[in-house]
Write a protein that binds this ligand. Structure first.
Ligand code: DGL
Length: 279
């Protein structure tokens, strides 16, 4: 069955470059798969928008990726997952989706101090998905939350190791350290790009959880379950699209992942994504 699916891509999206942390994990787990990545940078950050707004953007992005032939959609954005995953599954019942949720479960299972920190956007903390994760997995554990104001935009602009980024992270993490966290959950896909700074602040005794490898394994499970795995004999191709500036995206892509592919430009027109005509 796999051969029928050659060149049928997996669609992956985020508000910006954060989902590239997930794309890299998927690429490593499934090197034969073609991937189409869409960054809705015209609308970044999603995290300070209303859930309804993020839901409608997510439907538009998903529709575009399905029009490109995507066989599975990875919502590589905690905020879009919180706002829209349930809705997307209802609107596109035939499509397999993999979404993100803050990795509170492994954090709660492994904490020894009984105090864990979660870093995510305001919209993620507001969504029902987060409330249900806390209810299901965090019994008996103290969970501290912070939104790291400004951090998504710094990272999306490629500012990773600046003093400003360090200051934002210290403001969030220092009070958590005082209260005894031994685990930090990265509940926003942009944040793994600043793990080195986070590790410098929290030190070697605090575990930092990046959920991308687990998400990539889940993609593999769903492809297997749906008979959608690409043939092993091919090397997967990657295509990148942005509603922001393709040149800036391309620079960051190369800096962050080493991929020197060019990005295509998309524009929103009345809630629908279209290819930029080029003039
Ligand atoms: N990378 C995103 C997330 O995982 C969204 C950040 C944003 O646009 O606010 O939540």
């Amino acid at each position: 069955m796999g051969n029928d699916n050659i060149s049928v891509p997996i669609g992956i999206f985020d508000s910006g470059i954060g989902g590239l942390t997930v794309l890299e994990a998927v690429k490593e787990q499934l090197p034969a798969e073609d991937l189409v990545y869409l960054a809705d940078q015209e609308n970044v950050p999603y995290g300070s928008r209303s859930l309804a707004e993020v839901r409608s953007l997510s439907v538009g992005v998903t529709r575009y990726l399905l029009d490109q032939g995507a066989k599975l959609i990875v919502v590589a954005c905690n905020t879009a997952s919180a706002a829209a995953l349930h809705h997307l599954r209802e609107v596109f019942p035939q499509v397999p989706f993999v979404g993100m949720e803050p990795a509170v479960k492994p954090a709660a299972e492994h904490t020894r101090s009984g105090v864990v920190g979660v870093l995510a956007t305001p919209a993620t903390f507001q969504g029902e998905l987060y409330a249900s994760v806390i209810e299901r997995f965090a019994a008996g554990v103290e969970v501290l939350q912070d939104t790291c104001p400004g951090l998504v935009m710094e990272i999306d602009a490629g500012n990773l190791a600046t003093s400003r980024v360090r200051a934002i992270l210290e403001r969030s993490l220092d009070p958590m350290l005082v209260r005894g966290i031994d685990t930090v959950v990265l509940g926003c896909t942009h944040f793994p790009f600043v793990i080195p700074t986070i590790e410098k602040i929290v030190g070697p005794n605090v575990r930092v959880i990046d959920p991308s490898p687990a998400v990539a394994r889940q993609v593999q499970c769903l492809l297997d379950a749906n008979g959608l795995v690409a043939s092993n004999s091919q090397v997967g191709q990657r295509r990148y699209l942005t509603t922001g500036d393709p040149a800036k995206f391309g620079l960051l892509l190369r800096q962050l992942t080493g991929d020197s592919a060019e990005a295509g430009q998309l524009v929103w027109e009345g809630g629908v994504l279209k290819e930029e005509s080029g003039d």
